[in-house]
Design a protein around this ligand. Structure first.
Ligand code: AMP
Length: 333
């Protein structure tokens, strides 16, 4: 069975960009692949953060993933598997400083969310794509379901794997491939020139557990046309609303409204109502499941500790083999 790995940072909420872009695939792939999914708390330390909140957010993300349909036995918490950091160190020596400074996410984050008020930028922010390569390669993943924003990091992962294979003279690591959903880039409804994201601020994302009035308000105020769309073409904002509508499963409504658009008869209010209804169908389902999970927190936490321990065995096996290949001393105490 082919192997799948993906990870998500525990930065508070899960939004529809995460869900339609990646997490929906996490859920669907579980039927046909050997899947493991990590909540990557080491990654969340690379930007300024609050330690108490980090721990809370890590569990919150676990509950969120379970609520949308990820199975407990496929989930792990990154810091419970310290071999990720160990392999990350080894990979630091298979990746150049220049490659890391060229990463667009580093360039973005080092001037925004990755920089603290006193101007501090952690070396972790520069190095985190290397840790990400370790997250992926430690499970010898064939496929990595991610959003489009991760393309460059996946390329770096393949690069590190190739360099390692070449150095040790063996095709040890498989080169993982990205798996995109039909919606690899969901845009902010408030500013369709940006991707939907938590870091851009409250109006730039919609949580998958959001209250109805907030969803309706955010969709009602979605930007439809910034005034720069040529006659007869679809603006980025309207296109994004259609994309969200289709991703939410409302295919009939999507097709009928698309016909209206093609006939120059589309009313934005109809499109917005349909999108809000589509999102509500999902949030209703996810919120019901999340309430169940929250009422059984203790048991769920124990399940995740056990699944992390089980998944760790695969990571330990890889690190043992890598240490042998890389010329490190390998003794089991
Ligand atoms: P993060 O919250 O950055 O850990 O992202 C978790 C996953 O969601 C990654 O696979 C991202 O590529 C994906 N993702 C985040 N934002 C978006 C977006 N606006 N559209 C599509 N995918 C996204």
């Amino acid at each position: 069975m082919k192997k799948v790995l993906s990870c998500i940072q525990p930065t508070g909420n899960m939004h529809f960009g995460n869900y339609f872009g990646a997490v929906k695939n996490y859920v669907d792939l579980q039927k046909d692949y050997n899947c493991v999914y990590g909540v990557v708390d080491y990654h969340a330390m690379t930007a300024p953060y609050n330690p108490v909140k980090l721990r809370q957010n890590t569990w919150e993300m676990i509950f969120n993933l379970l609520a949308v349909g990820v199975k407990a036995e496929n989930l792990f918490i990154q810091s419970l598997i310290p071999e990720h950091a160990e392999l990350g160190w080894i990979f630091n020596c298979y990746c150049s400083y220049g490659q890391l400074t060229r990463m667009t996410q580093f360039k973005d984050k080092s001037s925004t969310t990755g920089k603290s008020d006193d101007g501090f930028i952690s070396a972790g922010l520069l190095g985190y794509p290397v840790l990400q390569a370790a997250d992926i390669l430690i499970y010898k993943a064939d496929f990595v379901p991610v959003g489009k924003d991760q393309e460059q990091h996946l390329e770096l992962t393949r690069n590190i794997a190739e360099r390692f294979n070449k150095q040790v003279g063996k095709d040890y690591f498989v080169l993982p491939e990205t798996l995109y959903t039909e919606t690899p880039k969901v845009l902010s409804t408030a500013d369709p020139s940006k991707k939907m994201s938590k870091s851009a601020g409250d109006k730039h994302y919609i949580s998958v557990f959001e209250k109805e009035e907030v969803i309706r308000k955010k969709i009602k105020s979605a930007v439809t046309d910034a005034g720069d769309t040529p006659e007869g073409e679809m603006s980025a904002g309207v296109n994004n609303l259609f994309t969200i509508l289709k991703a939410s499963g409302k295919i009939e409504a999507h097709n009928a409204l698309m016909e209206d658009f093609n006939n120059n008869a589309l009313k934005y209010v109809d499109l917005k109502n349909a999108v809000a209804d589509g999102l509500m169908t999902l949030t209703d389902k996810f919120n019901a499941k999340k309430s169940e999970i929250i009422s059984d927190k203790k048991n769920i936490k124990n399940q995740i500790k056990a699944s992390s321990n089980e998944i760790r065995k695969r990571a330990q096996e890889t690190v043992k083999e890598v240490k042998d290949l890389a010329g490190l001393i390998n003794i089991k105490f």
